[in-house]
Write a protein that binds this ligand. Sequence first.
Ligand code: FMN
Length: 100
Amino acid sequence: MEAVVYTSNTGSTEHYAKLLGHELRVSVYSTEEAGNKLPTGTEIIYLGWIMAGKIQRFGLARKKYKICAVCAVGMGQTGTQRKEIREKNNIPGKIPVFTL
Ligand SMILES: Cc1cc2nc3c(=O)[nH]c(=O)nc-3n(C[C@H](O)[C@H](O)[C@H](O)COP(=O)(O)O)c2cc1C
């Protein structure tokens, strides 16, 4: 896993992404930054905020990068909604999903 990439609206997801990147000692990019800096096929952890059950910009991220894990940031308690989020965003079983 080479980088953390995130999409945030009001800042919570950005905050989680930076905490995670710090712990894992890898670079952290917003989706826009990653577009210029990360080559296609880079292994990433993707974090996105949830709007109406959809992880924002996850579709774009999965087309370009190798997704090692997904963190979806919403209003619910950490660890809830995982099944629904996986189904609604068509995330295959081999990719771990975490909700925050
Ligand atoms: C229009 C809108 C729709 C949302 N839909 C959901 C949702 O379906 N499920 C959920 O858990 N949170 C939902 N939320 C809450 C956001 O995902 C939550 O505020 C999140 O922390 C925002 O992350 P951010 O601070 O990185 O932008 C919604 C928020 C907005 C503004």
